[in-house]
Design a protein around this ligand. Structure first.
Ligand code: LMR
Length: 334
């Protein structure tokens, strides 16, 4: 055989081997899931995201690589939903208070004040048919809902003591992008300011806002903190619908089982993380922490009842009534 033919053959063999190798390498390139979120790693969501990453990579034996981007380093509030819809990122876990701008205002039902007494009443919704019905509202937006992850019950913080609704008068209070929270603050006499989470610390430091609300695990240091538990903050883990349905069935199966266990983990650590965070605030001595008395709590509830009536109509009576039924909440009685 002539040398060129040998070279050609050798070349083919090499190219073939390379192609085979490359194809094998190509075929074995891991499927990458970019998971972006806006909070720190050492928070309920931050730890659950890491736990999901570990399980997903283990159970798919490396066929999937999960890249977690915390602290808004990849996308911040107001950007991440759109990036999910165009497939620039594959997974998010936004707060349930941030679905309104996407056109899924029903999720703002979770923001209704004093709706959930505790995690047990909340789980009747997030682990029940109402939670699944809400996920259906995302399908038409190119999004698939996978799970609900807990964070916790919100406290209020500000640069002055907050005991009675009148104490909120004229305060600029940071909120998430929810119309329910907007009315909640207005009905307390405050001025609501929608702001990305990544901007809250600076805004509190510079006085752009006077205060905010969040579970203790998300709280920035402020002089006064009142344990009001006046509302709940939790998450929906969502994925790009086309990406998820396009996964090999066995891989998707492993990811679903990893998500199930990560959800159990998330809901196990949420309460403890918030209790520990509140204890750390108390111990820091940098904040005066108070707890609403029964009278003060009744005054807050009275001031915020209208939110249920007016926002309930906007969110959609069927969703609100379904949650009242599931939790036994009676706006007239409470
Ligand atoms: C907030 O914006 O305050 C929270 O939703 C942040 C988060 O994701 O917990």
């Amino acid at each position: 055989m002539k040398p060129f033919a040998w070279a050609l053959a050798a070349g083919f063999a090499a190219a073939f081997a390379l192609a085979g190798g490359a194809a094998a390498q190509q075929a074995s390139a891991p499927i990458v899931i970019k998971f972006s979120h806006v909070v720190a790693k050492n928070t309920p969501k931050g730890e659950a995201a890491e736990y999901f990453r570990k399980l997903a990579e283990e159970r798919t034996k490396g066929r999937v690589k999960v890249e977690v981007y915390p602290n808004s380093i990849l996308y911040k509030d107001g950007e991440e939903m759109e990036m999910l819809q165009i497939g620039a990122v594959q997974m998010l876990a936004p707060s349930l208070a941030k679905f309104g701008p996407l056109g899924a205002k029903e999720f703002e039902v979770f923001d209704l004040p004093f709706l959930f007494d505790d995690y047990a009443s909340l789980h009747k919704v997030t682990e029940g048919p109402v939670g699944q019905a809400l996920f259906k509202k995302l399908e038409g937006k190119g999004i698939t809902g996978l799970a609900y992850w807990d964070n916790g019950f919100k406290v209020m913080s500000a640069n002055r003591p907050l005991r009675m609704p009148a104490d909120f008068k004229g305060l600029k209070m940071r909120i998430q992008s929810s119309k329910v929270l907007d009315q909640q603050m207005r009905d307390l006499g405050a001025i609501p300011q929608v702001m990305a989470f990544s901007e809250v610390y600076q805004a509190l430091q510079t006085g752009v806002v006077d205060g905010t609300e969040n579970p203790p695990s998300n709280l920035e240091v402020q002089k006064y903190v009142v344990v009001s538990n006046h509302g709940y903050l939790g998450y929906a883990v969502i994925v790009n619908r086309k990406f998820w349905s396009g996964l090999p069935a066995d891989v998707r199966g492993e990811l679903e089982s990893a998500m199930k266990d990560a959800t159990r983990y998330a809901n196990e650590v949420a309460k403890k993380e918030n209790d520990d965070a509140l204890e750390a605030v108390r111990k820091s001595g940098r904040s005066q922490v108070s707890v609403l008395s029964a009278e003060e709590r009744a005054a807050w509830k009275k001031a915020l009842l209208a939110v249920h009536k007016e926002q309930g109509a906007r969110i959609g009576r069927d969703t609100v009534e379904a949650i009242y039924k599931a939790t036994g909440f009676d706006p007239g009685k409470n």
